[in-house]
Design a protein around this ligand. Structure first.
Ligand SMILES: NC(=O)c1ccc[n+]([C@@H]2O[C@H](COP(=O)([O-])OP(=O)(O)OC[C@H]3O[C@@H](n4cnc5c(N)ncnc54)[C@H](O)[C@@H]3O)[C@@H](O)[C@H]2O)c1
Ligand SMILES: [Zn+2]
Length: 416
């Protein structure tokens, strides 16, 4: 037979994802049908099998939870069946560092005979959601995942997106995948029991998305800073709703939901936040580290002359008003050995590596106006750290004003 010219075959696969983020209270009370209506069988009439994974911090804070889950599904035994009692795993970063928990979930999926049309329901903070999401995404190449986020941060940010992951080689989220859930159910009642640190931590992601996308939302955060700090429920519910909405809207409309490009706007402030979490062995919570990271990159934006002094001060003030940190001593102490993998500035390189391609860092031109740069002036970044330290140590607004005035005059004296 004659040799034929074999043209390349151009393959294009378009896949669209739809999932609902719903809001409720007391998800496992017997008369709440949201979860049962979410976990539907793909063949009508078939009993659907479910594995529930629970964050130990959540079950400890809600002693009736495991019994409630059991009763909820027993009452619906004609349509739903738990393959085992809820699998309880530790909360927090430890669950992403130790891979035995991924294996435990995969074994439970295997032993329970859960197929790709059935469900893993995960109830917990962002760390447990990330880990369980990764386990579910890799079993049978993807079991349907329902996330029930239980912290502010996971309800307004990490739990509503399309990513999961665990840590490896000392790097955050080194292993992971992009796999959208089939549903996210935010139950506000879980927030009653979270610590003040975790209540406030999630506010950092709201400040982030407001700074990038929505001046009005930033003004809401400024106006309600005291309410938010004092655990006002109504203010927090709106914060979560609006933040989740802006986040979801970004994923749907940015044109790059699975981050093929080098740009990752929603990771504003995160290059140093991730590194700070790692350097301090996760002593800073993610949200706290993000508040520090945003304060740092906002200060850098101010020092480069892009962000006005007034807007920069509003950002620092809003973090302080809600009770979030703006500075960590580890930023500067880690600079002692610039070649050490534990130097904060190495976070820039790791950020580039994680994204691939060119270093792309989001900075601010103004509140609501992000812009990207591909290079960072390290000495100016170090200056930003020192300025933040001084502001952080200021005991009054007057003292903070003096620090900034002094800084401005030093800069103009140098410029002269
Ligand atoms: N996938 C993503 O896109 C994405 C985005 C941002 C952050 N994250 C990840 O999210 C994680 C942080 O999540 P987080 O801030 O939710 O904290 P977390 O998951 O670390 O939880 C903090 C602590 O709160 C406990 N807890 C959770 N819910 C509780 C409740 N209702 N009552 C009492 N205690 C409760 C947990 O047991 C844990 O001890 C980090 O690992 C971060 O990397 C992922
Ligand atoms: Zn984050």
């Amino acid at each position: 037979m004659e040799q034929r010219a074999l043209e390349p075959i151009q393959q294009v696969v378009d896949v669209s994802y739809r999932y609902t983020v719903s809001f409720t209270t007391n998800l496992f009370s017997l008369d709440n049908s949201v979860l049962a209506e979410t976990c539907v069988p793909s063949v009508s009439g078939r009993i659907v099998k479910i594995l529930v994974v629970v964050d130990a911090g959540v079950s400890a804070a809600n002693p009736t939870l495991l019994g409630d889950i059991d009763r909820y599904f027993s009452r619906r035994s004609a349509t739903h069946r738990l393959v085992r009692e809820p699998l309880v795993v530790p909360g927090g970063e430890i669950v992403k560092n130790d891979h035995q928990y991924v294996s435990q979930i995969q074994s439970a999926i295997n032993e329970g005979g859960i197929d790709r049309h059935e469900y893993v329901v995960v109830v917990g903070g962002g760390a447990v959601l990330d880990m369980a999401g990764f386990a579910a995404a890799t079993a049978h190449r993807g079991i349907r995942l329902v996330r029930v986020p239980t912290t502010v941060l996971s309800q307004n940010d990490s739990g509503v997106g399309v990513k999961n992951g665990v840590n490896e080689f000392g790097k955050k989220n080194f292993l992971g995948s992009f796999s959208p859930p089939v549903a996210v159910i935010n139950d506000f009642a879980f927030l009653e029991k979270i610590s003040d640190r975790d209540w406030r931590g999630g506010i950092a992601e709201a400040v982030k998305v407001a700074l990038l996308k929505d001046v009005t939302f930033f003004e809401f955060l400024e106006t309600h800073a005291d309410d938010l700090r004092n655990r006002d429920e109504a203010a927090m519910r709106w914060l979560i709703y609006r933040c989740a909405q802006l986040h979801l809207n970004h994923i749907a409309t940015s044109g790059d939901p699975f981050e093929f490009g080098s740009s990752r706007p929603l990771d504003f402030g995160h290059w140093s936040a991730h590194k700070l979490e790692q350097i301090t062995n996760y002593a800073w919570r993610h949200g706290e580290a993000v508040a520090i990271g945003i304060s740092l990159d906002s200060t850098y934006s101010y020092l480069t002359g892009r962000l006005s002094e007034a807007e920069w001060r509003r950002i620092i003030t809003v973090f302080q008003a809600v009770g979030l940190p703006i500075y960590a001593p580890e930023l500067e102490s880690s600079l002692a050995d610039r070649t050490s993998p534990l130097c904060i500035l190495q976070g820039l390189n790791e950020f580039r590596e994680h994204l691939g391609g060119e270093l792309t860092i989001m900075l601010l031109n103004g509140i609501g106006q992000g812009f990207e740069v591909h290079e960072i002036d390290e000495s100016l970044m170090i200056e930003a750290m020192a300025l933040l330290r001084r502001l952080n140590n200021a005991e009054s607004l007057e003292e903070a004003n003096v620090i900034v005035r002094k800084h401005v005059s030093t800069v103009s004296a140098t410029a002269d």
